[in-house]
Design a protein around this ligand. Structure first.
Ligand code: XUL
Ligand code: MN
Length: 346
């Protein structure tokens, strides 16, 4: 039942970046935390997404210190009028997450991941969100025989159950990606995580965040993935971006590579009233390394503009014509019609 979609936008502090990559150092000045926070509203964004250590300087400090710093961040985002969308435990940079978190072979490493997840929940409560996002970066293998895969599935469910039990209000959203940094990630797609949702102690509090590029890296279509999660009532957030082929996760501006693919995602979100229950349109996009300092937020503002422009195209698309062409099985004409709409010719 279309017509109730509400599009509010969010991004994470990591989406404003100094341009360093695996092959070279920073090329732009570091943007300080307060400067970043001040940019959100100016760029048209209402929501802010966090890793645990985007909120506090470190999670490996006494609990009092975490609480104090999280309260300070809450004060800062309230001051900017920003809504916290989620907290994600960063389980991929610490020495104790080298072999993964919940599925690491060493029990001490697994305990570190569980403890860090509890801290992420504490932080989420202080800043005022019930959403915990899990991008399980290093849960998986480089060498197939290095882990017991069945046991890994069991451990993953146990970790999510632990979080659901630790706090009866939080929700866990899986953001799945098939590879990078791992060769083979566990639970590589939305479908895998959806199956896991139903194995947990409270499936009603376990859902999905879909990133366009992650679906594409799995050889899947983001719009169809989104529709499938929506059918399950579990599309609770998105990370829109774009991707040129099957290589590393490029986090290109939304719609910049394949406009029709972007249209298809907006169409699904619009038709299914995305945002009506408070979901945000998250943009996980990265500034090109070539951008100069003063224009290093264009990827965010342009992605938002492209999304909103596509909403206008979606609204104008003649639904009757689509139905007629579907009934006549004239899909060539249907495709031409959509491309014409995108070219402003229909
Ligand atoms: C990684 C990715 C992350 C998550 C948040 O590919 O997309 O930035 O979105 O942890
Ligand atoms: Mn993402």
């Amino acid at each position: 039942m279309a017509g109730k979609a509400v599009f509010r936008f969010s991004f994470g502090p990591w989406n404003i970046h100094d341009g360093a990559d695996v092959f070279g150092p920073p090329v732009r000045k570091k943007v300080e935390r307060a400067q970043k926070l001040a940019l959100y509203k100016k760029l048209g964004f209402d929501g802010i997404q966090f890793h645990d250590d985007d909120v506090v300087s470190s999670v490996d400090v006494p609990h009092d210190q975490i609480v104090k710093e999280a309260k300070e961040m809450k004060r800062l985002i309230d001051g900017e009028g920003l809504i916290p969308e989620f907290v994600a435990p960063r389980l991929w940079e610490h020495p104790q997450t080298i072999d993964g978190g919940y599925t690491a072979n060493d029990p001490k490493d697994r305990e570190y991941a569980l403890e860090r997840s509890r801290k992420a929940i504490d932080i989420a409560n202080i800043i005022g969100t019930r959403n915990i996002v899990l991008w399980p970066a290093r849960e998986g293998v480089y060498v197939n025989e290095s882990k017991d895969h069945r046991l890994a599935s069991e451990r993953f469910v146990a970790a999510v159950d632990m979080m659901l039990g630790y706090d009866k209000n939080i929700r866990v959203l899986g953001e799945m990606k098939p590879n990078e940094p791992m060769d083979h990630a566990y639970l590589p797609t939305t479908g895998h995580f959806l199956a896991l949702c139903y194995k947990t102690v409270d499936p009603s509090r376990v859902g999905i965040l879909i990133e366009s590029a992650h679906a594409l890296l799995a050889g899947l279509d983001p719009a169809i993935e989104m529709a499938y999660a929506i059918y399950h009532g579990k599309l609770w957030s998105v990370h829109l971006n774009d991707q040129n082929g099957l290589k590393f996760d490029e986090d290109r501006a939304f719609g910049a590579v394949n406009l029709k693919r972007a249209f298809d995602q907006v169409f699904v979100l619009w038709e299914n009233d995305f945002g009506a229950s408070g979901e945000f349109v998250g943009l996980d996009v990265k500034a090109l390394r070539t951008q100069k300092d003063d224009v290093a937020t264009r990827h965010l503002s342009n992605s938002r503009k492209i999304f909103l422009d596509l909403v206008e195209v979606v609204k104008k698309v003649d639904r009757k014509k689509i139905e007629q062409l579907r009934a006549a099985r004239d899909y060539e004409e249907l495709e031409y019609y959509i491309v014409s709409c995108l070219m402003g010719r229909a």
